[in-house]
Design a protein around this ligand. Structure first.
Ligand code: ADP
Length: 314
């Protein structure tokens, strides 16, 4: 489906996963078969999650990704279409399966997860090149690390060449992230555990987050946001400026899965629609969007639409 007018504001290059979730009293032991009491299938994958949140806020979005030519792949294409997300650069391949995450959650909320990245790993430089018309005309490009890092970096460079603003979310984090990722990031946005892995420092407090944020900024990004769960986030916008803690509202969290992706999807919307808004204000609003997402179960299914949010956020 082509978005009307052709031009999209937010382009996400990233992953799609089908979440297969079983709820059990306790996790099974090796060789054991046990009964669970609930099962559901959900749409996941960091890239797609972020895209869906941006679309629900009202951004014109396009997804650049690779799915299998299978049942889950077909369902995922439909999920994008249902959200008005352009699928011009959503490809399906017979060479691999649609990415899947088999998740077992016990009554204590602990989990065991197997991820098969499948087709996500076949999204390569050629596919990124094909998406150039969308990437080069977007207002913002968003990348993560659930696809090949090379493909993510190529997309980030492509955006920079066209003066398109970039958000990079180094998730899941890798300790030896190539230095070019920092230089290609206008906004480098990660959570506390990713910040720990990238810097080798402990992030236990808001103050710690500020310190590691300054270190990450020094590696060459335009600005840094470190998300801190119920504590909101810390924003560092320029060399020499002090880190700003941006708290969020107190809510009763039911399921925080995908909260970080909700935050990033909302941030992408704000950058696209309010390009001159201070980053701190965008982060304050993205906090409030993500805080809504943690109050209901599920990942994409918990993401609020524009109509569910206070008009002060727009
Ligand atoms: P991730 O999902 O990557 O672990 P975080 O846990 O840092 O990321 O959450 C991302 C954002 O979601 C936070 O910055 C905050 O805005 C919101 N959030 C997460 N957990 C809560 C919570 N318990 N209460 C309110 N907001 C939350």
């Amino acid at each position: 489906m082509s978005v009307m007018g052709g031009q999209v504001d937010v382009v996400i290059v990233g992953s799609c996963m089908t979440d297969l979730v079983s709820q059990v009293q306790r996790l099974p032991k090796v060789g054991e078969t046990i009964h669970g009491h609930k099962f559901f299938i959900g749409f996941g994958g960091k890239g797609a999650n972020q895209c869906v949140q941006a679309a629900r806020m009202g951004a014109k979005t396009a997804m650049v990704c690779k799915l299998g030519n299978d049942f889950f792949g077909d369902k995922y294409v439909q999920n994008f279409k249902d959200h008005g997300i352009s699928t011009d650069y959503v490809e399906q391949t017979a060479e691999a399966v649609t990415g899947a995450a088999s998740i077992i959650v016990n009554d204590a909320g602990e989990n065991a997860i197997v991820i098969v990245a499948g087709a996500n790993l076949l999204l390569g430089n050629e596919e990124i090149q094909r998406a150039k018309p969308a990437v080069s005309q977007a207002k913002v490009l968003v990348c993560q690390l659930e696809i090949s890092p090379d493909a993510s970096l190529k997309a980030l460079h492509m955006a920079k060449e066209s003066y398109v603003r970039t958000i990079f979310n180094p998730a899941p984090a890798i300790a030896d992230l190539h230095s070019d990722f920092y230089k290609a990031s206008d906004v480098f946005c990660c959570n506390e555990s990713e910040a720990e892995l990238l810097t080798g420092q402990t992030v236990a407090t808001v103050e710690d987050a500020g310190k590691v944020g300054v270190e990450l900024l020094g590696r060459g990004c335009g600005s840094v946001i470190i998300t801190l769960g119920a504590q909101g986030c810390v924003v560092i916008t320029a060399q020499g400026s002090s880190p700003k803690h941006v708290p969020t509202s107190k809510v009763t969290a039911v399921d925080t899965t995908g909260a970080g992706d909700s935050f990033i999807g909302a941030l992408a919307f704000y950058i696209a629609h309010y390009p001159t808004m201070p980053l701190e204000e965008m982060a304050r609003r993205a906090n409030l969007v993500a805080a809504v997402s943690v109050q209901t179960e599920g990942t994409q299914s918990s993401y609020p639409c524009k109509k569910d949010l206070p008009s002060a956020l727009f």
